[in-house]
Design a protein around this ligand. Structure first.
Ligand code: PEP
Length: 253
């Protein structure tokens, strides 16, 4: 039985004051959701204060990115050890915006994932195809290659710490969601790749769906066998909306 994981990716949004107000509003709304993992990835600038506010609560802080190096001349970057200091439980790596806007490739992403695991932080590794790739029927080739490259070098003994986020690029921030069946097909394919690479450990790896998840579609997505959670952008910016996603129908309180 995989524990559902609902994660908010705020991207470059919210000040410290807004982040703390969000936490104060959200906490009572998710008090009954004891059988899910609830994660918020704010901008780096909010991480210290938000993490302190969430201490002892069921909500875990996450980062949106990391550099695999321990320290050094990497202007603008943040090292894994710095995230440990902020009690970061998870970190998103390989988001399609980082792949497309900042040219990050699978090799760099796998180094990030390995560095996070070495520091006891769980990577949320994002994969997903573009619209052109889907229309050319290249989804499985693209996603399979991203998985192989981004998870390279990970020990099967550690892989259950990894969360995969399947985020079709054409569904991110577009309002266009994959149907539950389309998403389930991709998730089942991802799990088969994980079985090929990691054997039985694949059964315990959580695979989130991401791409215009909202209160209106979360229940049908979460009812699918291989959908173990959601990575949520736009609909995570408002506490009531994210709370409804966390309290999806079928979740045990
Ligand atoms: C995301 O950025 O990871 C995402 C899924 O965004 P949205 O929910 O807005 O599509």
């Amino acid at each position: 039985m995989r524990r559902p994981i609902l994660a908010a990716n705020w991207k470059m949004q919210k000040t410290n004051a807004e982040a703390l107000a969000f936490a104060d509003t959200l906490l009572p709304l998710v008090a009954e959701a004891s059988d899910v993992d609830i994660v918020i990835a704010p901008p780096f600038t909010c991480l210290a204060k938000l993490s302190a506010r969430l201490q002892g609560s069921p909500i875990q802080p996450a980062a949106q990115n990391v550099n695999p190096e321990a320290s050094g001349a990497f202007t603008g970057e943040v090292a894994p050890g710095m995230l440990v200091e902020l009690a970061c439980a998870y970190t998103i790596v390989g988001h399609s915006e980082r792949r497309s806007l900042y040219g990050e490739g699978d090799d760099f992403i796998s180094r990030k994932a390995l560095a996070l695991l070495a520091h006891g932080i769980r990577p949320i590794v994002c994969v997903g195809e573009t619209l052109e790739e889907r229309e050319a029927e290249h989804t499985e080739a693209v996603v399979g290659a991203q998985l192989e490259g981004s998870l390279a070098g990970i020990d099967p003994a550690d892989v259950s710490q990894v969360v995969i986020a399947y985020e079709p690029v054409w569904a991110i921030g577009t309002g266009r969601t994959a149907t539950p069946e389309t998403a389930q097909d991709a998730h089942a394919f991802i799990r088969s790749c994980l079985r090929d690479g990691f054997g039985n450990a694949a059964e315990s790896i959580r695979i989130q769906y991401g791409g215009s998840v909202k209160p209106e579609n979360v229940d049908s997505l979460m009812s699918q066998a291989d959908i173990d959670g959601a990575l949520v952008g736009g609909a995570s910016l408002e506490a009531a909306s994210f709370a409804r996603i966390v309290n999806f129908e079928g979740v045990e309180g």
